[in-house]
Every structure is written in structure tokens, then in C-alpha cells.
Design a protein. Structure first.
Length: 451
């Protein structure tokens, strides 16, 4: 009797904890999203089982109208609810398992066993096969009580098979959580079948198991959320590192474009034009200021700019070089596509390399051609010259040109818009640079941008 009162106390507090756990899990359903309905149902059913068992225990032997109602109903629910709880447990396990044919077959077998057990429990009300309540309102086991226990064992075996089948998919923590539902209730189920008690040991086992599953799964979910938060933090740090790298690359690129010798040549040309042709000098100053403004804007403005703005920067640069080369530099444009964005200073370094190292080193100069095309799924920009060219197998020794700026352009294209740069060249024939700009959100023209 003292043991029964001890288990009754455990049931009372366990029922309270189950209700509190169900309320908490429901309130946190947006955080713990997997199988919330099943877990809340398991907790509430466990609490209801505790209440049913306590009513049967404390009202036994009483002849009041309330007692005559609660004792039979309580004992009926004691046989009925564990199988309903087991069905929700199977559904909860299913939500964390692989959805293959074997799992479907096992879960269907489990549901079939539980449904059969619940039907037989209802039948027992009329034929007393599992239990009956005597005239003095006391519970007694029926002649086929052992059948209900064997059906319970079969249901536990089905659950055990499903857990073992999914052990690798569940992982060690979830496997431990789901196994507790087998260990405690099964032990209590066997002791209850062998020893008659006034308080259901099975209910206590289910109660302990459900609360342990709730606790373990919440701890695992918290660890998962911590890992995800750490991954997000690492991704943010990586994004910041990439942004810093892009900014540093951008600064290096701008600095590399403002070379002293070019500035000296441009200023000297403007100086002489001031004496000979003031109108051309004024035009040269405008081009020079536009060129410097384009470089400075690359430091403080957006990383992506309309291709028209980049071409305008190129025109300012070529106008200054035209003062130096005059008729030795011939320029052709064929702009077939212009409604897209490119990384700032992604084309001008290529043009400068073509003028300085391709045409500038060739006697008599040559022609620089700039084309843009819409290729359907991407845009293509071609910058070609008929200068001295170089051997692609030995670029550093062919013409002395600086390929650091070109490599910076290639990295900026890849980083900022997934673009590509291909260089084709042959000594004595010339060089062709092909820039491919994919059509995506980063390269689409933005509303309000100037082109």
C-alpha cells in the first residue's frame, strides 16, 4: 500500500509536469517545429492517464454517484489511452525517420496493433475480458487480462524494430531519447503483468519516458540551433572578410590606375595645348577631370555601375591618350548592348594595357576596338587591338606589360558578378580580351541608374 501511495504521488507530479511541458512546447512551436502536435498530444494524454489512474485509486470502494462513474471510466481509460499515446509516439518517431517502404510498413503494423487493442478494450466493457468493477466499486482483472498485456508487448516490439531500423538516421542523442520510451514502459509493463497493483506502473513508465523525450529533444534542438547560429556568425564574418578584401582590391586597383607617368604625360600635353589651342586644352582638362573623377568614384561609389558609365570613363582615358598618340591610335566602338551593370574599373585597365603595351610598342600604332553584345544568357564585351601581342605561355616575358591589374579585374569580375575574363593573344598579331557578364540580379540595370 505504501508503494501505491508513492506511485500515486509520482503520477500526480508527473501529470502536472506533463501539462506544463505541453503548454511550453505549444508556446515554443515556432522554435521547435518538428512534430509539435504529436509531442503535445503525448504529454496531454500522459497527464490524462495520470488523472484517470488517480481517480480509480482514490475513489475505489466508494458508493457515491461520482465514484461509481469515475472508477469504471478511469479503468477503461487506463487500458485505452496507452495505445492512443503509443500511436502518437509512433507518429512522432515517423516525423524523425526516413520515409521509406520499410518504415511505412512498420508504422502501419504499429497502428494496426494499437487500433485492435483499443477495440478490444471497448469490447471488454461488455464481456469483462480485460477487467471489471464489482458491486462494491472495486477493480478486478478479467480472465483475459494477459491478452491485453501480450498485445502491449507486441506494440513495444514494433516500436523497438522501428527505432533500431532508424538508429543511424536518428543519431546517438535522438536514438537515446526514443529508446527511453521502450525501456521504462516495457519494464513497468512486465512488472504490472506479474504483480497486481492498485496504481498502474505502466503509466508511470510512460510519464517518465515522455518527459525524458521532451527534455532530450529540446536539448538536442538547442544544440542544433547553437550550431546554426555559429554557422550564421561564421558566414557573416566570411562575408565581412570578403567585403574587406573587395574594398582593398578596389583601392589597389584605383591606385594602380593613377600612375605617375600617365599623369605627367597628360599634364604636359595640356600645358602645351594651353599655348597652342586653348579650346583643345579646355577639352583635355575636362577629359582629365572626368578620368580622375571616375577613379575616385570607384572608391566611394557602388561596386557595380552601368556599362555606359564605365565606357564613358574609358572615353575620357582614350581622349587623353589620343593627345599623345594622335593618328597612331585609332578607336572603334560597336555598342550592341548597354542595359547592364559591370564592376567599376573592370574594363578600363584592359583598355589601358592594350594602349600602353599593345599599340604603344608597335611602330605606327594601330586600332583599338571595343564591342558589346547580348548573347542571350549573358553579355559579352570584347576589347581587341592589333598591336604587338604576347605569348600567352610566357606573358611576363613577352612584352613587359603588367598583368597584376588584369588579374585584379578577373578577381573582381568573379567576386562581384560571377563574370569571367579570357585573354587571347599572339605575337605580331594582337590581343583580344573577352569579358562575360552573366544575366542575374547583380548585373541587371537598377531603377534610377544613369547609363
Amino acid at each position: 500500500m505504501n508503494a501505491d501511495y508513492l506511485f500515486a504521488t509520482l503520477e500526480l507530479w508527473g501529470g502536472i509536469f506533463c501539462v506544463v511541458g505541453a503548454i511550453f512546447r505549444f508556446m515554443m512551436r515556432k522554435v521547435y517545429r518538428v512534430a509539435t502536435f504529436e509531442m503535445v498530444s503525448m504529454l496531454l494524454l500522459s497527464a490524462l492517464m495520470m488523472v484517470s489512474d488517480l481517480c480509480s485509486f482514490f475513489f475505489r470502494g466508494q458508493m457515491s454517484t461520482l465514484a461509481l462513474f469515475l472508477v469504471p471510466i478511469g479503468n477503461l481509460l487506463m487500458f485505452f489511452l496507452p495505445y492512443l499515446d503509443l500511436m502518437f509516439y509512433g507518429s512522432y518517431l515517423w516525423k524523425h525517420s526516413t520515409k521509406d517502404y520499410n518504415n511505412r510498413m512498420i508504422i502501419n503494423v504499429l497502428f494496426g496493433i494499437c487500433a485492435c487493442a483499443m477495440v478490444l478494450t471497448i469490447v471488454s466493457i461488455f464481456n469483462n475480458m480485460y477487467f471489471y468493477v464489482d458491486a462494491w466499486n472495486y477493480y478486478h482483472r478479467g480472465p483475459y487480462f494477459w491478452v491485453s498485456q501480450m498485445i502491449g508487448v507486441a506494440a513495444f516490439v514494433a516500436v523497438f524494430i522501428m527505432i533500431m531500423y532508424n538508429r543511424k538516421h536518428l543519431g546517438p542523442v535522438k536514438f537515446l531519447a526514443f529508446t527511453t520510451y521502450i525501456i521504462f514502459p516495457f519494464i513497468m509493463h512486465i512488472t504490472q503483468a506479474l504483480v497486481f497493483t492498485l496504481i498502474s506502473r505502466l503509466n508511470v513508465g510512460i510519464e517518465i519516458s515522455v518527459l525524458l523525450i521532451l527534455m532530450i529533444m529540446m536539448l538536442e534542438q538547442n544544440r542544433t540551433m547553437d550550431r546554426q547560429q555559429n554557422e550564421i556568425s561564421e558566414q557573416k564574418e566570411e562575408l565581412l572578410r570578403r567585403e574587406r578584401a573587395i574594398n582593398e582590391m578596389q583601392i589597389r586597383l584605383v591606385i594602380s590606375q593613377i600612375q605617375p607617368h600617365f599623369l605627367y604625360n597628360a599634364l604636359n600635353a595640356i600645358y602645351y595645348l594651353c599655348e597652342k589651342d586653348s579650346a583643345k586644352a579646355q577639352e583635355a582638362i575636362n577629359n582629365f577631370s572626368d578620368y580622375l573623377r571616375g577613379n575616385m568614384d570607384a572608391l566611394s561609389g557602388d561596386s557595380m555601375i552601368p556599362v555606359g558609365k564605365e565606357l564613358q570613363h574609358i572615353r575620357s582615358y582614350l581622349a587623353l591618350e589620343k593627345m599623345r598618340f594622335d593618328d597612331d591610335l585609332y578607336i572603334e566602338y560597336d555598342i550592341g548592348a548597354k542595359d547592364f551593370m559591370v564592376p567599376a574599373l573592370s574594363l578600363q585597365p584592359i583598355v589601358e594595357n592594350a594602349v600602353k603595351h599593345g599599340l604603344g610598342k608597335q611602330i605606327g600604332g594601330g586600332t583599338l576596338k571595343i564591342f558589346t553584345y547580348d548573347r542571350g544568357n549573358h553579355y559579352e564585351i570584347i576589347i581587341m587591338d592589333n598591336g604587338v601581342g604576347f605569348d600567352p605561355m610566357h606573358p611576363k616575358h613577352a612584352d613587359g606589360r603588367s598583368h597584376v591589374g588584369v588579374e585584379n579585374v578577373r578577381k573582381r569580375l568573379e567576386t562581384l558578378c560571377d563574370g569571367q575574363l579570357e585573354m587571347e593573344s599572339a605575337p605580331g598579331i594582337g590581343t583580344r580580351a573577352i569579358v562575360s557578364i552573366p544575366k542575374n540580379e547583380r548585373t541587371a540595370m537598377r531603377e534610377g541608374t544613369w547609363n
